[in-house]
Design a binder for this molecule. Sequence first.
Ligand code: AME
Ligand code: ZN
Ligand code: ZN
Length: 420
Amino acid sequence: MASLSASSAKTEEETEIITRFQTYLRINTVHPTPDYIAAARFIISEAKSISLETQPIELVLGKPIVLLKWIGSDPSLPAILLNSHVDVVAFEEDKWDHPPLGAEIDEQGRIYARGTQDMKSVGMQYLEAIRKLKASGFEPVRSVYVTFVPDEEIGGTDGVAKFVESDTFKSLNIAIVLDEGLPSPTESYKVFKGERIPWWIQIKAVGQPGHGSKLYDDSAMENLTKSIDSVMRFRASQFDQLKAGLKAEGDVVSVNMVFLKAGTPSPDGFVMNLQPSEAEAGFDMRVPPVVDPVALEKRLVEEWAPVSRNMSFDLWRFNQDIEEKHLVTAKDDANPWLELLGNAVKEAGGKTSEPEIFPASTDSRYFRRAGLPAIGFSPISNTPSLLHDHNEYLSQYEYLKGIDMYVSILKVYTSYASPE
Ligand SMILES: CSCC[C@H](NC(C)=O)C(=O)O
Ligand SMILES: [Zn+2]
Ligand SMILES: [Zn+2]
């Protein structure tokens, strides 16, 4: 177990571990121009320092996937894949108390940077766990592969979506994938077996333009407002079930308006006495496995963007067909990995909660579509979730403790012999 508490001094080994994490955090992999080449260079040099085989894979120019290999004593057995994304989302620097690429540590031992939770921590923890296991002389039976992938934050089209289709991936013979989860505000780590599918919707209204004083029946603004009202009523019905405790976050549809675009610009702002002929709104919607996507799309077509009200829409579902089965990693005899993960965390002194549906989206969905079990797990407990938020941080203590969790998970996973 990590010895460091918030106030205690670090050992030399712990200082080195934290320094390596800070170095990775300081590499600018922020969208829209992530420096994937610098990150790949760093990851490869780290991997070489612990004698892992390295294989950069460039399926899309300038967007390398770095594949690391720790070959087990029985390479014929299906292997373990530890996946993390290298890219991070943008930030509003002036709203942060510490520089978002600074990886500064405050007096409470919190490391502040974009990626401390999402998910440069996890990528480096995989490597630190392997470093520790190697130093202790441990040799895995099953092979372990570690992937550092691009573009998760923008849909994964040039990242894992392409990787799972590649011959390299198919040759790896993977049994189980670990990918990102979410921080837990309690002592128990969160575990995810599935996720909601993102639907990004833009609806557009056109209508009668004219004088600001006139009452029209079908102005663009009125047409759009009717749709927004309808979406908001649906949102309230979903949110009410969540607030009443009838459903979990991962079992309701979330829908949030993320932009509104309308009006005729003027030097002072907008022309006030002119009703515009076009108006648009954007919604981020997340659809859980239990919801019928075909029925939801019908609602979009008939109620939110009806042709009868001069409406049109664009819908992005990130490589997922509307008819496609929404996959959840089962906890059953055919899939021992969820239970093994819980056991391994327990052996390392941690706790896990019942597997949930991830409320947002991760690359796990591509691995599940490729027919693999995939588990979302970020070993971050007693920490508020600050993904995509200001002042994202992770305490050194939690980071070090998380490495011990992966040490235990890798011991259990790589030694698991399936009953024949
Ligand atoms: C549409 S893919 C974007 C992926 C991103 N993932 C996370 C974890 O924030 C999201 O859910 O918005
Ligand atoms: Zn992430
Ligand atoms: Zn993210």
